[in-house]
Ligand binder design. Structure first.
Ligand code: ADP
Ligand code: SF4
Length: 693
């Protein structure tokens, strides 16, 4: 290990417990609930195996009045839930790590759609989101004193269950719009009793949660406070630098650990398009000056130098990681072994967040194994040895081809990757050059670096393969990873791609990637709805074009609400002077005029532009695959045992789909369907259902 990094492996005392090192996997959503406790246990334990000294749950509801359905959330309501969580704590402890639980009451930010309990809040103020996915129509009730006593008691009951389940660190949660946070912020808390008014009064509820939890379990478990400080830091205080300083001072040494963060998912879990590593620092940098207790915080830390700097400069005691621990569960061990150049660094794309919004176990663009540790028995660093001496030929070096080649090579196969372009990396070579997407290049950089170290890998750029080259290549396993092409397809009121627009003034992202740039004033018509339309608009604007952006959706880059990027996409388009037209269909482009109509009202709109970029339908590029299928006899005669297609050549998707597809191919290239591991998890129901108290 680089001696500069040894500080990262020092233990830290948290009240009655001590961490083995400073790597702290903070609570984060995983999409795993009491419905899949074995999936969850293996997922969390893999991080412990990778060296994370503390491994935390995501939000765990203390009572049915904290019910975020249909979003996934864990529960600790009864004995069955205790057993379900105990699977995780036992698995985490096997690796010498501590297990932390984020007990959580959602207050007025949840809708209790399943429990049908009117949500609890300090003053009946709801969060009224701008996006339909987060909207609900039940406004919260105002908590009376009895409600306050009950919530504190539910926290205590859950803390006792957490201790029984084997947790070492138990959280109080006062962040991200949930109940504790609602008491702290004057907009939510308009009470005139001892829980409202002054900052000290607004802090009282959190203090009571802390004191009650400590007196219940504090001799054996550390009690942590997770708190959002972004808004509080922006508020004036009479005697302190800000209300954040005041709240932390008032509670300074009460928690055994301060876990400090931002207030909303887009700032807390900021995408790399709009925020760099360490983006929380300006908000949380003061906490260690106010408390003597240890502090953990996050910031998409993947560089050990940045981590060491955070500690040496007195910002943090523990390096919090959520996304870095998803992208590379073995990050700490790699630093410890002096292999930090092998870290699979998070690219900050927030596909992991989108999987929580989708209500499924976490998925990651960089790490195809995440969430599949139990179900498919995929370990991020271990691979089943090859079953034959077959040679694998990968055609195309995009994310799918690189991942397939890397995993097949790690299994011991001799691998050749042929790429027609001069540069290996496929679509990423262009995409990483687009505004805000530089960090996404890590996806190819990590894989190319690893592939170049391996003696059983041959990389051939400038090598366009046709069927003849493949048939004579003397490889037994052929995998086609030739990507997809953007089409000039338009979009219909039925919300499906239809028709096509041709002409010299009509472009797609592929044209722009090839350096064929439009001139003058440009309309970007986007019904892909992810990042490409927005970044192309920004890119062209930066090239000097006057740009307008149109989409049939209600927002620009509508799907980016799933990745926390959408507010910033709108800001970026605005800052580039790009006019946004929503609910618009592009119908035609003739003589410098683009004809659009509103998708709902059919109201017509003409705009004068010199060119149009259509960012819509992508279709697989599988001419080569089809030729190989048609030449089955020649394929057999050439000794070829299998021809497969992966990634965008199979089904056009996001980077996450391409990487997963390549990974799955390489894990299974010599496995029959019957031999593939696909376990089905079930809830733990050892105790008969009974009344929840
Ligand atoms: P994916 O996302 O599925 O990995 P990409 O579009 O990123 O797909 O990458 C596909 C790569 O395949 C591109 O770099 C392209 O140049 C390359 N390619 C396409 N056809 C051939 C071919 N016949 N021979 C070699 N490389 C090819
Ligand atoms: Fe990082 Fe993207 Fe993976 Fe999330 S999905 S951990 S942001 S690489």
């Amino acid at each position: 290990m680089n001696p500069n990094y040894s500080i990262l492996f020092e233990p830290v005392k948290l009240g009655p417990v001590t961490t083995p090192n400073r790597f702290y996997q903070v609570p984060h959503a995983s999409g795993m609930t009491e419905a899949n406790p074995r999936v969850r246990a293996k997922f969390r334990a893999t991080k412990a195996a990778g060296g994370w000294g503390v491994v935390s749950t995501g939000a765990v509801s203390t009572h049915p009045s904290s019910d975020d359905s249909p979003l996934p959330f864990a529960r600790l309501w009864d004995e069955n839930d205790v057993r379900s969580h105990a699977l995780s704590t036992e698995a985490i402890h096997e690796h010498g790590s501590l297990a932390a639980i984020e007990l959580w009451h959602g207050g007025g930010a949840v809708m209790n759609r399943t429990s049908r309990i009117p949500p609890y809040s300090p003053s009946g103020i709801p969060w009224m989101a701008t996006h339909v996915g987060f909207m609900g129509q039940l406004r919260p009730r105002v908590m009376d004193k009895n409600d306050i006593r009950n919530i504190v008691q539910w926290q205590v009951d859950a803390a006792r269950r957490a201790q029984t389940a084997g947790f070492d660190i138990v959280y109080i949660y006062a962040g991200m719009g949930y109940l504790g946070y609602e008491f702290l912020l004057e907009e939510y808390n308009r009470r005139s009793d001892e829980y409202g008014g002054s900052v000290e009064n607004r802090t009282r509820f959190v203090r009571e949660l802390l004191e009650a939890t400590k007196s219940a379990i504090g001799n054996d478990c550390a009690v942590a406070l997770r708190i959002s400080l972004e808004e509080l830091r922006s508020r004036k205080s009479d005697h302190y630098e800000s209300q954040a300083h005041e709240v932390v001072s008032l509670l300074a040494d009460l928690p055994d650990l301060w876990d400090v963060k931002m207030d909303s998912s887009p700032t807390d879990c900021a995408a790399s398009r709009f925020a760099d590593e360490g983006s929380h620092e300006p908000v949380i940098d003061f906490v260690k000056q106010v408390t003597d207790k240890p502090v953990v915080g996050v910031g998409r830390f993947t560089s050990p130098d940045t981590m060491v700097s955070q500690i040496k400069r007195g910002i943090l005691d523990l390096i919090g990681g959520a996304r870095p621990s998803i992208s590379d569960p073995f990050l700490p061990n790699k630093i410890k072994a002096g292999r930090e150049d092998e870290i699979r660094e998070c690219i900050g794309c927030n596909i992991c967040i989108s999987s929580w919004h989708d209500g499924v176990p976490v998925r990651c663009t960089q790490n195809a194994t995440i969430g599949e540790e139990w179900r498919k028995n995929w370990h991020p660093e271990k691979f089943e040895p090859k079953k034959s001496d077959d040679k694998v030929l990968v055609v195309g070096s995009g994310p799918a081809g690189l991942e397939a080649g890397l995993i097949a090579a790690r299994r011991g196969y001799e691998v050749t990757i042929a790429e027609k372009s001069h540069q290996l990396g496929g679509r990423l070579n262009f995409e990483e050059s687009l505004p805000g997407l530089r960090a996404w290049g890590r996806l190819k950089d990590y894989r190319l670096y690893a592939l170049k170290q391996m003696a059983n890998v041959s990389l051939y750029p400038d090598s366009e393969l046709g069927i003849d080259e493949i048939l004579s290549s003397e490889h037994q396993r052929i995998v086609i990873a030739t990507g997809a092409r953007w089409t000039r397809s338009l979009y219909s009121p039925l919300e499906i791609p239809i028709g096509r627009l041709d002409g010299d003034e009509i472009y797609t992202p592929d044209d722009i990637a090839a350096g064929n740039l439009p001139n003058g004033k440009v309309l970007v018509f986007d019904f892909d709805n992810y990042y490409m339309g927005g970044v192309i608009a920004e890119y062209l604007s930066e090239q000097g074009n006057k740009v307008e952006y149109a989409t049939p959706a209600g927002h620009a880059s509508a799907w980016t609400i799933m990745t926390n990027e959408q507010p910033y996409v709108h800001q970026a388009l605005f800052n580039h002077g790009i006019e946004v037209h929503t609910q618009m269909l592009l119908e035609n482009y003739i003589d410098g005029s683009a004809s659009m109509k509103n998708i709902f009202t059919s109201e017509a709109r003409e705009i004068d532009v010199d060119s149009v970029v259509i960012v819509g339908l992508r279709l697989p590029e599988n001419k080569l695959f089809d030729q190989l299928l048609a030449e089955n006899d020649a394929v057999q005669a050439g000794g070829i045992k299998s021809v497969d297609r992966i990634g965008d050549a199979l089904a056009a998707g996001a980077l996450v789909h391409a990487v997963y597809s390549g990974h799955e191919y390489a894990r299974n290239l010599d496995t029959t369907d019957q031999d593939r591991v696909l376990l089905r998890d079930l809830p733990i129901v050892e105790i008969e259902p009974r009344r929840i108290t």
